[in-house]
Write a new protein. Sequence first.
Length: 387
Amino acid sequence: MADPVIIVGGGPVGATLALTLQHNGIAVTMLEARTEGAAYQDQRALALSYGSRAILKNLGVWKKLESQATAINTIHISQRGSFGRSLLRAQDHDFPSLGYVLSYGVLAQALDEALADFKGLKVIYEAEATHIEPSSENATVTFNHASVSKQLSSALLVLADGGRSLGDISGIRRETKIYGHDALVTKVQCELPHDNIAYERFTPMGPVALLPNGEDFSLVWTGKQAEVAEVMALNDAEFLSQLHQHFGDRVGRFLSVGKRLTFPLKLSYLNPVTAPHLVVIGNAAQTMHPVAGQGFNVGLRDACELAQQIAATKPEAWGKEAMMRAYQQGRKIDTKRGLVFTDFLVNLFSNDIVGVSGLRGMSLGMLDLLKPVKSRLVSKMSFGSRG
């Protein structure tokens, strides 16, 4: 029997890969830096595309999630100071919904519960990876566990921990574009019901998104770091007033706000995403601006397609050049399109150059009239390059 595939990172992307491999009868050892169950209380909102729902449904996980997921049936796209707007509706494209909003913790718990049904998985919790070394024969991960430094090697090692343990790896380089912007995320209660509508509003400060989440909205408010810091420093009443002034009246008054968090925004990707006997997936491989909600969904597609590649390859060929090349070619277009699309939106809409604003508003208005273009956009957002 082949040695287990080693997955560094037990979050949703790593767990999705592990679960897909278990369905294919492939043994897995997974290293997770956190304690068991530590992620279950994580209330961060994840925006799942319809294609990601299909992946989770095929794995038997969606039935556990459906009652806790909030459907996005319509996406309302607008620009501040412009009459131009576009509506993307699920019903216009024969989808039950365009996507779903779900908390990170709920998804993590459902995946862990599904994995518990399989005997071919070994999980080592509180295992913090400190070094990864690919070689012609195998890849080795060094990690701390119970205050002891340990090592594991495999013909195929997958790094899926969001990049926390990614230092310098021979043959892999990271390209990074720093936007100088931060994202402020929180949950807000509004005067009007969300009616399963997600809002993407472009402003000179940066994009702001409201995603229906339960009875309320999850907010993603982006802008230059200094501007976001000023908003972060406001008390709740001042914050809600400023948000209303910034966003407008479409959801009525903002009534309450939850805990606010910020994080820096960047575009970052590895080139290549493989080394001998090593594959990097998810946010560890590419980090995107959250403007189009593509990053997590690209990561799930990484996991799904890598699992397919592993299952289709004989164990003695795992991690070798032919397999690495096939995986890279299969993911290259999808990843590049996601990176280019989000970067394009940020560059196009996050400025207030004279004359450009009117063109952007007109473009949004035209998009609403061009049904084939809208259909293609919805398909690509749902299924990536295969859409």
